[in-house]
Design a protein around this ligand. Sequence first.
Ligand SMILES: Nc1ncnc2c1ncn2[C@@H]1O[C@H](COP(=O)(O)OP(=O)(O)OP(=O)(O)O)[C@@H](O)[C@H]1O
Length: 258
Amino acid sequence: MTKPMVRFENVAKRYGALTVLDNLNLEIARNEKVSIIGPSGSGKTTVLRMLMTLERINGGVIWVDAEPLTHMEKKGQLVPASDRHLRRVRGKIGMVFQHFNLFPHMTALQNCMEAPVSVLGLTKQEAEGRAVDLLNLVGLSDKKNHFPIQLSGGQKQRVAIARALAMRPKVMLFDEVTSALDPELVGEVLNVIRKLGAEHDLTMLMVTHQMGFAKEFSDRVCFFDGGKIVEQGPPEQLFGSPQNARTRQFLNAVLEAG
Ligand SMILES: Nc1ncnc2c1ncn2[C@@H]1O[C@H](COP(=O)(O)OP(=O)(O)OP(=O)(O)O)[C@@H](O)[C@H]1O
């Protein structure tokens, strides 16, 4: 069997007395598209933040592409990762956030060029070629010299996707990327994600409140509650005939809210 692209092995995350991830076990196969759904505060974003190493975990091991991310191997033992190790393995992961997080003083093109030059050491010319191709991919070639303030929310989010892709990640994380958008702009961002999923070798993990998109796009949907996966399965199964009472309750509440 091929090794999973991402593996959470008994991962725990606590903030003081609050347990946010409770011995989480989750494996994501190469090129698999997985959505995480669940109530507010259930730990969905924390899963992505731990993968981005934005904070340290309190227990367990996270693996990416058959390498420990949170640890490193020393004399056959796993020891906590050094910052250097974290940076290197984390380079395989790209993340798109709810609030775009673009550099306001840089154009769309410069936003996509910054990290490939400063982190990967590409020449400006190489980075520009890559950025132009990616802005084209997300349908923004004509906006490359615009600053974030001159772009709509949907356009900003598409620049953020191009910027993450410019680092050539193997795994892309999407954290409620349409939540801050006006409803009429949601579709253009989802279309870009759809296209990426269909045309590129990318493992994708997304936290979403867009049940329709999760249903159509994902190979697997995980329902989270209380820092645990309560139920998971192919979308037709999870949405069509949820087995767990808590999942049914959540899905009914979402349906009622429209
Ligand atoms: N830095 C922090 N310090 C203390 N508690 C935190 C911190 N970050 C998150 N939490 C808590 O951890 C829990 C899980 O948060 P998380 O953001 O992962 O939930 P979520 O399922 O993504 O929620 P939402 O759908 O509202 O975004 C929440 O109770 C939150 O208040």
